[in-house]
Ligand binder design. Structure first.
Ligand code: NAI
Ligand code: K
Length: 352
């Protein structure tokens, strides 16, 4: 619990304040067992400092697991800036924040998250080397949704192979919920693989984009998509897509999508398993984004990053087999695999 920070297993939690700019930030480093901690900066008007702390502890731990399974030599961290970005965000504040990141000497690398953008990373980069997610003009990886969608497609292929025997969506009906940055790229990969795509988006501009670019895609409303006669359901909008209402309505045999935190609450993974629905864990299949930005640390090379994101196919396959072998839901198997990698590599590190 937060009452006893030593109980959460984090290596380091840094509280940052700059009274001149109004900056209040918390940087959470869960683990550096695999390498420097990487994770984005969330700029959000938390109700209290406790709420900000709870979020950063939770998110930094999640990044350790995500980075471990992505095969990156990076640990897990995350930062939150407490306040309303519309009112508070300024160059001096971001630079003050960048100096705090620099002061950690590379134990933490930041990136974009909710409320922060590529342009903000360029500003932060004026104060620190330890920043990813910068613009292409500044040596950055650019729009991370490109490899996020590629990775989701790879994870979906692994799930399809597990259920139907072949690593392809050829001839399957796939429901894409959310035609944003990721959903659009994913739709393209699915159509290239000869899948039938049914999709939904609340934004009329996104629907218009589909009509104009991919007229073969069937558009339905969100509730209809959940209950549609589809083989695969791909949540690509907001978190919490899988809950006590949607899971019982699903007819799909596979769930694999980009959205973060798809399970609305603990226990949903069991509900999915009981219904015979294979859930490819969100943080495993959506790791292409962090793979893309992490590549900046080596000097961005798209082909190298794409190769790494392609391996999400192998990792998902391994997790689904482990889940079968150990008789647990895939989400539990994923956590176990991540913990093993952190423990093994972390142990090696202490030798020298
Ligand atoms: P986005 O904001 O570009 O797209 C989200 C789309 O979902 C929008 O078109 C929006 O209109 C639509 N939407 C919102 N509520 C909806 C609803 N109830 N029903 C149907 N559509 C709805 O976001 P982006 O970048 O495409 O990300 C999608 C998801 O993937 C998010 O959960 C994000 O956290 C996650 N993700 C994204 C990564 C990236 O690199 N962009 C990396 C890892 C995860
Ligand atoms: K996360």
């Amino acid at each position: 619990s937060i009452d006893d920070p030593s109980s959460t297993g984090h290596e380091q939690v840094v509280f940052c304040q700059d009274t001149q700019t109004g900056l209040r930030a918390i940087i959470g480093i869960y683990s550096t067992a695999l390498g420097p901690a990487l994770g984005g900066t969330r700029f959000y008007p938390y109700a209290s400092e406790e709420a900000a702390l709870a979020d950063v502890l939770d998110l930094s731990r999640g990044m350790a697991y995500k980075n471990a399974l992505a095969g990156l030599d990076l640990g897990g961290g995350k930062a939150v800036i407490w306040g309303d970005p519309d009112q508070l965000k300024s160059e001096p504040l971001l630079r003050a924040y960048g100096r705090f990141v620099e002061s950690l000497n590379g134990r933490y690398y930041t990136a974009c998250d909710v409320g922060t953008y590529v342009a903000d990373m360029d500003v932060i980069a004026r104060e620190t080397r330890y920043v990813t997610g910068r613009s292409v003009e500044h040596g950055g990886a650019g729009d991370s949704s490109v490899l996020t969608a590629w990775g989701v497609f790879q994870g979906m292929r692994a799930a399809a192979e597990h259920v139907w025997g072949a690593p392809t969506l050829n001839g399957r009906r796939v429901g894409v919920a959310g035609l944003g940055k990721v959903g659009k790229h994913l739709t393209r990969h699915l159509l290239d693989d000869h899948a039938e795509v049914v999709a939904t988006d609340v934004d009329p501009r996104a629907r218009e984009w589909v009509r104009a670019n991919h007229p073969q895609v069937e558009l339905v409303d969100a509730a209809a998509l959940v209950a549609a006669d589809i083989d695969v359901y791909a949540p690509c909008a907001l978190g919490g897509a899988l809950d006590d209402d949607t899971v019982p309505a699903l007819r799909a045999k596979v769930v694999a999508g980009a959205a973060n935190n798809q399970l609305a609450h603990p226990g949903i993974e069991k509900l999915l398993a009981d219904r015979g629905i294979l859930y490819a864990p969100d943080y495993v299949v959506n790791a292409g984004g962090v793979i893309q930005v992490a590549d900046e640390i080596e000097g961005f090379n798209f082909e190298r990053a794409k190769l790494r994101a392609t391996r999400i196919y192998d990792t998902t396959r391994q997790i689904l087999r482990l889940a079968d072998d150990e008789g647990v839901p895939p989400a539990v198997a994923a956590d176990r695999l991540a913990e093993r990698r952190m423990a093994e590599v972390g142990r090696l590190r202490t030798i020298h």
